[in-house]
Design a protein around this ligand. Structure first.
Ligand SMILES: NC(=O)c1ccc[n+]([C@@H]2O[C@H](COP(=O)([O-])OP(=O)(O)OC[C@H]3O[C@@H](n4cnc5c(N)ncnc54)[C@H](OP(=O)(O)O)[C@@H]3O)[C@@H](O)[C@H]2O)c1
Length: 403
């Protein structure tokens, strides 16, 4: 009992110290009415969809007393979320996917204060309005309309407010509503990571390149086709019969209908691609075969085995198994002059700034397939889990938003 009391007293002292430090660093947060520019005025509580353990859709519950996030890092901003999208990653994370690696990341970033990730708010991207800024934020001010996609270690965006960093967001294109804008950031940052950061493609070096994208009809594929088309690439993609016209309109010049055609026969006839962007996963060597040989051609998959392996085998076992399998593929690629790589979503405010310009110039259009209200979040998860996406599923959090 006395040990417990000593422990409690120590914890209390630590919390008092942290609170004082926080007050000294962020005096503006002491105002009772925090968001003074917002006439609807929000205090310390908000509505948010949370899970308290991993599982199915039944784990999603709407809390009206979730704590509004506060700034504890000088580069952070608090955003009022007007709209957010639901991505396959949200459905996977709800079920526990990636928990070992993501918890390690949370721990390293100091975001596992209570020792548990729960209650966990899902959702990785948003469009909204800046409500507060940390001391070091230079490019954004309160009232700016922004869009962004958050790192996996952060609490999510299926909530009235979210906290993010200046580096994870950019100004939202003015021509888009928040609902339209929310369809873009996560898929845009993923495509940027795969094509540019990992794959080495650049705006000025893509013209005339032959690129094959698997599954052009989904959220990632529909964005990737538009970006590559804008940069002058010749895009081939796969999709099912009812999506053929859809992906053609997005900019694919060759479309293989995987329901009625043999994809690999067709690809063998089309061989000699400069780049393969694989969103389906599977055996990399099969797609690597359709790349140009000895031409610095590149295969990038966004289905790396790392998170699944660490979930199954723990951190060390998972990393070792992944390094082993990636090493084999890389070696095979090295032997015939092709690059075989894996990419993961990375938050990237700079890339979103460039994408915003392309949207304003009319080169890229958000593809919103279906909009759900905030109360309908579980139905939105169900829609994404059922597959067959034709673009993006968006949650409209501020009801007055015009679609
Ligand atoms: N590594 C990362 O950081 C990262 C980031 C984002 C996404 N991802 C992963 O990338 C994948 C795609 O993401 P997304 O957001 O685009 O998913 P999505 O919006 O659910 O789209 C998937 C698309 O694939 C189509 N499809 C299914 N089987 C197909 C096949 N055999 N051939 C061609 N098309 C097929 C689906 O339509 P039909 O079934 O009707 O054909 C649907 O249009 C997901 O598995 C996601 O988890 C990874």
């Amino acid at each position: 009992m006395s040990t417990l009391c000593r422990f409690c007293a120590r914890k209390l002292r630590r919390n008092v110290f942290k609170a004082s430090l926080h007050r000294i660093m962020f005096p503006s947060l002491l105002h009772r009415n925090r968001f003074t520019t917002d006439t609807s005025s929000v205090l310390s509580e908000m509505s948010a969809w949370q899970i308290h353990q991993y599982g199915g859709n039944e784990e999603l519950s709407l809390s009206t007393t979730s704590r509004v996030p506060y700034i504890d890092h000088p580069n952070d901003i608090v955003v009022k979320v007007h709209a957010a999208s639901v991505n396959p990653i949200d459905v996977h994370m709800r079920s526990g996917y990636g928990q070992v690696a993501i918890n390690l990341l949370r721990k390293q970033c100091g975001r596992l204060r209570t020792g548990s990730e729960f209650p966990l708010i899902l959702g990785r991207d948003f469009a909204g309005v800046v409500m507060e800024t940390g001391q070091n934020v230079k490019t954004l001010t309160v009232g700016d309309e922004v869009w962004g996609a958050l790192g996996a270690h952060r609490q999510g965006t299926h909530a009235q407010y979210t906290i993010t960093s200046e580096t994870e967001v950019s100004k939202k294109p003015e021509s888009l509503s928040h609902v339209q804008a929310a369809a873009v950031p996560y898929v845009a940052a993923t495509v940027w990571a795969a094509l540019c950061s990992v794959g080495g493609l650049r705006e000025n070096s893509t013209t005339g390149k032959r690129v094959f994208i698997t599954a052009g009809s989904g959220g990632v594929g529909s964005f990737a086709i538009q970006l590559l088309k804008t940069w002058g690439a010749d895009v081939t993609t796969t999709c099912s019969t009812d999506a053929v016209n859809f992906v053609r309109e997005l900019g694919a010049s060759v479309v293989i209908d995987y329901k009625t055609q043999n994809v690999f026969d067709e690809l063998n006839n089309l061989k000699g691609f400069d780049f393969v962007f694989d969103t389906l996963g599977g055996d990399a060597s099969v797609y690597a075969d359709i790349l140009k040989k000895w031409g610095n051609a590149t295969y990038v998959s966004i289905k790396p085995p790392l998170l699944l392996n660490t979930d199954k085998l723990g951190l060390v076992g998972g990393v070792l198994k992944t390094v082993g399998s990636l090493g084999c593929n890389a070696l095979q690629g090295f032997c015939d002059g092709r690059n075989i790589r894996w990419a993961l979503f990375m938050p990237n405010g700079k890339a979103l700034g460039k994408v915003a310009k392309l949207v304003e110039q009319g080169h890229i259009n958000p593809v919103v397939e279906k909009v759900f209200t905030f109360e309908e979040v579980p139905s939105a998860f169900e829609k994404v889990a059922n597959g067959h996406a034709r673009g993006k599923t968006v949650i409209q959090i501020i009801p007055s938003e015009v679609c």
